[in-house]
Design a binder for this molecule. Structure first.
Ligand code: IPM
Ligand code: MN
Length: 356
């Protein structure tokens, strides 16, 4: 089994190092190979997704990804920006299904900005479509505005679109995931305004006919954002498009106390996957040894479960994370009075000790 390690920028290298440390401690030798990606790819090879990095990601059985992006690359042309690396990997590897679980560990109930009774016991799964929608739709660009009161001025434009097959395959992922959980799917759309999402809803309803054991309901995205902070425990599986999923998954992350706790998996049709924390590269705290590595460590656990067929090892890691939280160890993002503040590598070490 070969794992491509793509640490990226900002806190990426620090947090992936902890996940690799944890993988090494499982007592099984995984072959790993590390390559530059994002700003680091641009700095070393002139491109955020260098050809050899893409080739490695394609050849490996799974990809463990840190994070990309840094202020210093904000003025580069779009095609060279660090974010293009993750978008390119998703597209090139066909990683259309993004699983973003939001689980509140009981020990962190006080770290959430929401009242403990609203969030305690929270366990929801956001299934975000990842290779379609306005993120990839063409045409896009800046052009001369063709009509209306601003005719003749410059205008920016993008294209929102979803093909039927794209909606069907993500619907199947969501219904199948629900089968292993609470058996409920909420499809989030904007069918009241957007053609794309009226079509999305129609296709969801059609695919649902194959899953009579699963309950399906529909919610407009604005209402879903409100319900997520009002009564988040009412959700089980949430399935939605690329852009709505991007936004809602950040909101869901905060329910759990810190986005530093949230892993994610991006899967293709054969369960090959890229695993990354749901958070970004946090360049403001990079190199300080304070970033929370748990989202990346939990992403490694998802990798063992979904792509490497090692569910027992995944359980071991997840239990080790629960145990360090129960010991009261906290990185600054989840620190509360009465707990013990630790740094990035101390947290990694604690997970390794808890594995034993
Ligand atoms: C995410 C990120 C990316 C996205 C960016 C970095 C392109 O926000 O993974 O959620 O928008 O998908
Ligand atoms: Mn995002």
């Amino acid at each position: 089994m070969k794992i491509a390690i793509l640490p990226g920028d900002g806190i990426g290298p620090e947090i992936t190092a902890q996940a690799v440390k944890v993988l090494d401690a499982l007592g099984e030798k995984f072959e790993t190979e590390t390559a530059d990606v994002g700003g680091a790819g641009y700095a070393a090879h002139g491109h955020p997704l260098p050809a050899h990095t893409l080739a490695l990601a394609k050849e490996a059985d799974a990809v463990l990804f840190g994070a990309v992006g840094d202020f210093k690359y904000d003025n580069l042309e779009r095609a060279l920006r660090p974010e293009q690396a993750i978008l390119g990997l998703r597209k090139e590897l066909g990683l259309f299904a993004n699983l973003r679980p939001a689980i509140l560990y009981p020990e962190l109930a006080g770290a959430s900005t929401l009242k403990p009774e609203v969030v305690s016991g929270l366990d929801i799964l956001i299934v975000r479509e990842l290779t379609g929608d306005i993120y990839f739709g063409k045409p896009r660009g800046v052009r001369e505005c063709p009509d209306g009161p601003f005719k003749g001025q410059r205008e920016g434009f993008d294209t929102m679109r979803y093909a039927e097959g794209e909606i069907r395959r993500i619907a199947h992922v969501a219904f199948q995931a629900a089968r292993k959980r609470g058996k409920r799917v909420t499809s989030v759309d904007k069918a009241n305004v957007l053609e794309t999402f009226q079509f999305w809803r129609d296709v969801m309803i059609d695919v649902h006919k194959e899953y009579p054991d699963i309950e399906l309901d529909h919610m407009y995205v604005d209402n879903a954002a409100m319900q997520l902070v009002r009564a988040p425990k009412k959700f089980d599986v949430v399935v939605t498009g690329n852009m709505f999923g991007d936004i809602l998954s950040d909101a869901a992350a905060m329910l759990t106390g810190s986005i530093g706790m949230l892993p994610s998996a991006s899967l293709d049709a054969n369960n090959k996957g890229l695993y990354e924390p749901s958070h970004g590269s946090a360049p403001d705290i990079a190199g300080q040894g304070v970033a929370n590595p748990l989202a990346t460590i939990l992403s490694a656990a998802m990798m063992l479960r979904f792509s490497l067929d090692r569910a027992e090892q995944a359980d071991r890691i997840e239990n080790a994370v629960k145990s360090v939280l129960a010991q009261g160890l906290r990185t600054p993002d989840i620190y509360e009075q009465g707990t013990t503040r630790v740094g990035t590598s101390q947290m990694g070490d604690a997970v390794v000790r808890a594995l034993a």
